[in-house]
Ligand binder design. Structure first.
Ligand code: ZN
Length: 275
């Protein structure tokens, strides 16, 4: 599943090719992904210019304002979606459900499982859209710091890990990033969020930021490939210390990594290093 770093690298890869460019034609080859894809939307998009591409959580938001009123195209890759830039005239393959054609390139959305989202928001603002309005804080924003995390965790008796993965609290922290950040910060995934100390909140916040930024940097080196190949952004090979390593030695203390079920997901941690 595409995670925040993959989405951010997609955004960085698209920016130089699409910003300032008018959409010549939108082509939908399926009537619906997660939501309906009405033909009227294809007509609405034609002629609009992309002014900016911003990211909110795992949503890519294409800002298409115009003098006669525009809006935002909201895109989420879902479980299996990927974006590519292809040359005009490149034949569509199976699962290539949406094209946005520009003068010199085509943005192509492939989504075998069709859980992706493509919806239009006819508005100057994006933060009032139902998909966006309730999203939590951006972990890469300046306001996400140890103090914020300390305040946000007070009086919470539930464990810290599911809270990190709750997009209404913090956006874009998937299971891998939660597990690796908690290991880096030396905090057990079972720890009650409200019991975290201020220094622990500082450490955890720094670890989350470092883990995401490391992954974005790793993917950044493949931006050129992503733009020109047919592979999409794919998943980055994050070198995991604990995630999916049950029974293997902890890289710090060599005790075996443990796994347990937490909130319907597998939680990996070192009981010796994480308290
Ligand atoms: Zn350990």
């Amino acid at each position: 599943m595409p995670e925040l770093p993959e989405v951010e690298v997609s955004r960085l890869g698209l920016l130089p090719h699409l910003v300032g460019q008018p959409i010549r034609q939108a082509v939908f080859r399926t009537p619906k992904l997660r939501h309906e894809l009405p033909l009227a939307l294809a007509g609405r998009l034609a002629g609009l210019r992309i002014d900016a591409i911003v990211r909110r959580g795992k949503y890519l938001l294409f800002d298409c304002q115009s003098r006669t009123g525009g809006g935002w195209l909201i895109l989420h890759l879902g479980m299996s979606g990927s974006l590519r830039l292809v040359a005009p005239g490149t034949p569509a393959q199976k699962h290539d459900h949406v094209d946005l054609a520009f003068a010199e390139t085509v943005l192509r959305f492939r989504d075998p499982r069709r859980f992706g989202t493509l919806v239009w928001h006819e508005s100057e603002r994006i933060d009032d859209h139902p998909l966006i309005a309730r999203l939590g804080i951006e972990p890469l924003s300046p306001s996400f710091d140890g103090h914020w995390l300390y305040v946000a965790t007070r009086h919470r008796t539930a464990p810290i890990k599911p809270m990190l993965m709750d997009s209404h609290v913090i956006v874009g922290i998937g299971n891998i990033y939660a597990a690796e950040s908690l290991f880096m910060a030396g905090i057990s995934p079972r720890r009650a969020a409200g019991k975290l100390t201020r220094p622990q909140c500082e450490r955890l916040c720094a670890a989350i930021r470092a883990t995401l930024e490391h992954s974005i940097a790793a993917g950044g080196s493949s931006v050129r490939d992503y733009v020109h190949s047919d592979g999409g952004a794919g998943s980055f090979q994050l070198t995991c210390a604990v995630y999916d390593r049950a029974g293997e030695p902890c890289p710090t203390c060599h005790h075996p990594i443990r796994v347990f079920r937490q909130g319907g997901r597998s939680s990996f941690y070192c009981a010796h290093c994480q308290k």
